[in-house]
Write a protein that binds this ligand. Structure first.
Ligand code: GUN
Length: 280
């Protein structure tokens, strides 16, 4: 089974659209503010995609595009203004930030109740301690895909490959919450093949083209590929060798069209939840 992330994302967007309309009926216009600093081309593409998705579900999106020379104090001043702005329910500062800006200081300045990305350390702490809070969009979307497949994680071996703050670490927390036995592998893992061969669920998020060989996959395992890599021949591929893995997996996400569409859908879901909470 090939997991259709586009179709699942469309369903999530439809649900969010309903929530946003219900809020609008109570006089609340759900608002997401996106802050972009500098001219990273990938960030420009991502932000355009996020804003377009907002529009489609009725979320009002506002973008602040600041020059690459912006100082940390200037950015913190903007974040403080957004924290105090009642029409802004969610704040997203697109990463990466220019080198003169301390990313951690900026993420910590965003009010946890407006943290659309779920990156604030307070919200990360909520995730690890089981309290409701906005959650990092990509792993949140992966959980939705796992649920679509009907995989019951209790007692299963889940392998997360990658330990970033944005994907790997929050992914592990969400799988643990579902009672999986979780392993986090990374660039210094001694025997990646052995770890993969044991796993009932593999979530690959390292950003290395086809590093997970298809023949390593345990027959019947579920494979979720978060990677997006440009191969030397120009082809866009994931972290998993797709064709060979698909022959062994019971379900697998394609690249593109798997996890990618889910990330933005879950950002919309986070934003609508923040607006609903602020509206009581
Ligand atoms: N840069 C790459 N991924 C992300 C993300 O999910 N959120 C933000 N804010 N920046 C990113």
């Amino acid at each position: 089974m090939i997991i259709d992330g586009k179709a699942v994302a469309a369903r999530v967007r439809a649900e969010v659209g309903e929530q946003v309309r219900a809020l609008a009926a109570r006089g609340v216009v759900t608002g997401l503010t996106v802050v972009r600093v500098g001219d990273d081309p990938a960030s420009a593409v991502y932000v355009r995609g996020k804003r377009k998705a907002c529009e489609e579900v009725g979320i009002r999106s506002v973008e602040h595009h600041l020059p690459a020379t912006t100082t940390q104090a200037e950015l913190l001043e903007l974040v403080a203004r957004l924290d105090a702005d009642p029409t802004c329910h969610g704040i997203l500062v697109q990463l990466p930030l220019p080198p003169q800006i301390d990313e951690r200081a900026v993420l910590e300045a965003i009010a946890p109740a407006k943290d659309a990305d779920g990156f604030h350390p307070f919200n990360v702490g909520c995730l690890w301690t089981g309290a409701p809070a906005p959650r990092a969009c990509t792993p949140f979307g992966v959980m939705r895909l796992v649920d679509e497949v009907g995989l019951d994680l209790e007692g299963k071996r889940a392998l997360v490959i990658g330990r970033s703050n944005i994907v790997g670490k929050p992914m592990a927390a969400m799988l643990l919450e579902r009672h999986a036995t979780v392993t986090i592998a990374h660039s210094r893992t001694a025997d990646l093949e052995g770890e993969v061969a044991r796993a009932d669920l593999v979530v690959a998020a390292v950003g290395r083209a086809e590093i997970v060989r298809g023949r390593w996959i345990k027959p019947g395992a579920v494979v979720i590929d978060v990677g997006m890599n440009r191969r030397a021949d120009g082809k866009l591929v994931g972290d998993v060798e797709f064709a060979a893995a698909a022959e062994r997996a019971s379900a697998i996400t394609p690249v593109p069209g798997g996890v990618g569409p889910m990330t933005i859908a879950m950002l919309l879901a986070n934003t609508a939840a923040l607006a609903a909470r602020s509206a009581g």
